[in-house]
Design a protein around this ligand. Sequence first.
Ligand code: TXA
Ligand code: MG
Length: 342
Amino acid sequence: MHETRIIQAEDEEMAEAVHQAVALLAAGELVALPTETVYGLAADAFNDEAVAKIFAVKERPSFDPLIVHIAANRDLKKVAIVPPEIEEAVAALSAAFWPGPLTIVLPKAPGVSDLVTAGLPTVAVRMSANPIFRRVGKEFGKPIAAPSANRFGRISPTSASAVMKELGGRISLIIDGGACRDGLESTIIRIEPGEKRPVFQILRAGPISKEDLQKHGKVVKVRERDAASKPEVPGQLPSHYAPTTPLLIFDKPEDFHPEAGKRYGLISYRSWTKDGYITLHDWEKVETLSSGSGKLVEAAVRFFHVLRTMDEAELDFIVAEPVADTGLGVAINERLRRAAAK
Ligand code: TXA
Ligand code: MG
């Protein structure tokens, strides 16, 4: 059991916060850090004992590999081998999206342990754009393994207080960098050489959308065969991001048939009458993802926070309406469906 401290990392407090985070990493300990997507539970990627602590604290099964975060392009070769046939594609993607919420799966470098990659021959790599995370990465000087800072299968944390609810008592330090900029975990892709342009398979939808990626290559669906081979595809288990309150998604408002005497809350995209959900029922609680005409960027930022708030409201059921299935909406809907899965 740990006493979990939260320290602020704004302005003049930043240097001290970074110093304490780096000291923990160097000592083989864990620290929760903000990234631009969600908060991460960080450890020295080259220290097996430290990496093992991540799995223990999160109660994460050892078959689920971790993402390795690098602080600069030159560090890529410390963790991955870039095959010559996709070298140009990796260079183009890293120039376009790093630092930022794109994770690329590549053959792993020999030094990367099987614990990090769950025995896979590949490693997932990204470079965070969060200034606090970046500074910790630079000062620590080594790649950082960091999954989302929640207990396995639960709602990802997008604030320091959400990390406290997930991991309070299990880790010693959370660095508070405020709410996360993007609010959804990074997009994960695999790259294959194509005839004319590289081919990208999206393994997990995220802030970098299909439309963003199409500027740099051809985007294809993950093949069924690959999707079936569990550890190859992230968030493999159907139930993920799960609240403890059952979540129901209705693609059309007419599909909703409430049970008498149950308490229902609604997660609405924009809460417009014409969208059909807000007037369906006398909701115990309504949370609107993005008011006015609705912006997917805002909905994404608020999504996990809203899910957590609804989960704390002592409802019998949380009802959600899906958002538009384009751009960032794909990533939001993917999380909604997994959160609703049993
Ligand atoms: O935005 C993010 O990516 C956040 C922040 C903290 O960086 N991290 C994150 O990590 O979402 P995590 O562990 O919650 O999700 C990582 C996913 C897992 O579902 C895992 O299966 C997948 O990445 N993954 C890791 N290594 C992989 C590999 N070699 N091949 C395929 N998928 C991999
Ligand atoms: Mg996660």
